[in-house]
Design a protein around this ligand. Structure first.
Ligand SMILES: [Zn+2]
Length: 103
């Protein structure tokens, strides 16, 4: 099983526990009734860096190091259909030369 390591915790006896995140398909988990998930960060596979100061919009694959920006300003996560729509409807939008997204 692959898991993302979030934190290492050393116990008083010197052994280690790992706190990990496991990615699973949404249909294998159930929400807890009464629990709010509104603040859970939502990851999308594509990122659009909006047009800015005469520069065209730039489409990135999520995780592209070039998709950063000051505090994420101007960045918007897109689904695959949304990314395709942007490329079709906004011909000035370019694909990042580093990650070369292919939605
Ligand atoms: Zn990129």
């Amino acid at each position: 099983m692959d898991a993302r390591l979030l934190e290492r915790r050393q116990t008083p006896d010197g052994s280690w526990n790992y706190v990990v995140a496991v990615e699973v398909p949404a249909d294998v988990v159930q929400p807890i009734q009464g629990e709010s998930y509104d603040l859970v960060p939502t990851w999308r596979p594509w990122i659009l860096h909006a047009p800015w100061m005469g520069r065209p919009g730039i489409l990135h694959a999520a995780g592209c190091p070039s998709a950063g920006g000051p505090r994420g300003i101007g960045l918007r996560g897109l689904t695959t259909p949304q990314a395709r729509q942007v490329l079709a409807a906004e011909p000035d939008t370019i694909r990042c030369e580093l990650c070369r997204p292919e939605p």
